[in-house]
Write a protein that binds this ligand. Structure first.
Ligand code: GDP
Ligand code: MG
Length: 441
């Protein structure tokens, strides 16, 4: 076995990048995992294909296998697809009263979610909420919402017998206006299967009240059905977001990926129980881990990556201590600064550099300057970057011109580099380097 293993590592150190075969082999298992998590077949197929293209050729982190690396890539991509844009859990409820339409199949958890959402908006966001049941087919459904309302202390629209769904919806909106409510939650009737009468009714309600949000409530334990429901509702009604219910169960929640793939709409909330406080903001990272069910591998690769980053930082630190801080290092630092909100932000994090941060502020450092400095370093040759002291006047002119700057700007940059190199050396002797580096990483 150890022979075989060392063979694998041999190949790895030589390759360093994921081959098409590595990726294919690993993705076969990923595909099974997705299907086991109830991701719909076409969605799983498309997802795997997209990852296949992305993963091939990517670098393999030292001390992990290609298969493990692929799992990590899959996890990150899964998270990315689940994320969507916008803030999870946020609803468009400005302009009161904002109607929110709850749609979905019967038994998916619409009424329960309506109550949960009302409670959340009331308690967490201080909104005044009115709930109304549009389920004219089952009187028990209307009572169910009224009972929930009493339980959580949220008003429900009084029931008037004989009204149509559209009439109730309009009355709810008017009542909400008059009563000074911020949000009016409309709990529609569901059917066990999609049918055209139901769809038409929901469309009519939509046209009558012009909801700010139309949330599709989907049972997270269903697979292929969830996809059909989403296609139908999004196609006909146009949904603005999804709530996945029953995520407290054993299901792995593959419906989440299917929903994103089919509708492209954000998943806003997750229902995790029958109680009124069991509504959570959707967390892509968590659901990605759950769908894939390979959390231990993902954690392993992350740890390996962290270790390597730490090793690289350590190596860099030792070089800096010896005064080997070249222009490439400076470029790396400048790029890091750009990422971290500019020079000031970074310097204020480094011990003993508060004063320098102030000077930097005075000198007018901002992102634009950082980018210009990076551009100047990029105009240097490899040799020049390693030993900037070799730069002659003519080369300085060329570099400055090449990056659209003046020689004086370049001289400033070179001076800064010398100062930083000196400082690094001093700090290295004083043992301050570790702290400073930790702050920079
Ligand atoms: P509706 O027909 O779409 O209005 O569905 P309901 O809101 O009446 O819910 C149907 C059943 O599912 C009820 O027994 C709820 O308590 C239950 N339910 C709803 N959401 C969840 C959830 O997130 N987790 C669990 N375990 N049960 C839920
Ligand atoms: Mg209901």
């Amino acid at each position: 076995l150890s022979d075989r293993l060392s063979g694998v590592f041999d190949r790895l150190t030589k390759q360093g990048a994921l081959s098409e075969d590595d990726v294919k082999t690993a993705l076969r298992e990923v595909r099974v995992a997705l299907l086991e998590a109830d991701v719909s077949l076409p969605v799983a197929r498309d997802f795997v294909k997209a990852v296949q293209e992305k993963a091939t050729g990517q670098a393999v982190t030292k001390s992990v296998t290609p298969g493990q690396q692929v799992v990590k890539i899959v996890h990150d991509e899964l998270k990315h697809v689940l994320e969507g844009d916008g803030e999870p859990g946020a609803l468009k409820i400005d302009n009161p009263p904002a109607p929110i339409l709850m749609v979905g199949l019967q038994g998916s958890g619409k009424t329960t979610t309506t109550g949960k959402l009302a409670k959340r908006l009331t308690e967490k966001e201080g909104k005044r909420v009115l709930m109304a049941s549009l389920d004219i087919y089952r009187p028990a459904a209307m009572d169910q919402l009224a009972v929930l309302g009493m339980q959580i202390g949220v008003d429900t629209l009084p029931i008037v017998k004989g009204e149509s769904a559209v009439q109730i919806a309009k009355r709810a909106k008017t009542q909400a206006s008059l009563g000074g409510y911020d949000v009016v939650l409309l709990d529609t009737a569901g059917r066990l299967q999609i049918d055209q009468t139901l769809m038409q009714e929901v469309e009519d309600v939509r046209d009558a009240v012009q909801p700010r949000e139309t949330l599709l409530v989907v049972d997270g334990l269903t697979g292929q059905v969830a996809v059909e429901v989403a296609e139908e509702f999004d196609g006909k009604i146009g949904i603005s977001g999804v709530v996945l219910t029953r995520m407290d169960g054993d299901g792995r929640g593959g419906a989440a990926l299917s929903m994103r793939a089919v509708t492209g709409k954000p998943i806003k909330f997750v229902g995790a129980g029958e109680k009124m406080d069991a509504l959570e903001t959707f967390e892509p990272d968590r659901i990605a881990g759950r769908i894939l069910g390979m959390g231990d591998i993902v954690a392993l690769v992350e740890k390996a990556q962290d270790t390597i980053e730490a090793e690289q930082a350590e190596k860099m630190m030792r070089r800096f201590q010896k005064g080997q801080f070249n222009m490439n290092d400076l470029k790396g630092q400048l790029e890091q600064m750009l990422k971290m909100g500019g020079m000031e932000g970074m310097m204020s994090m480094m011990p003993g550099m508060g004063k320098m941060a102030k000077e930097v502020e005075k000198a007018g450092f901002d992102d634009r300057v950082l980018k210009q400095q990076i551009a100047m370093i990029q105009s240097m040759t490899k040799k020049e970057r390693a030993a900037p002291q070799i730069l002659q006047a003519s080369r300085k002119k060329r570099i400055a011109a090449g990056s659209g700057m003046e020689v004086s700007d370049l001289n400033k940059l070179l001076k800064m580099h010398r100062q930083m190199a000196d400082m690094m050396k001093k700090m290295g002797k004083g043992g301050m380097m570790k702290k400073a580096m930790a702050a920079m990483m």
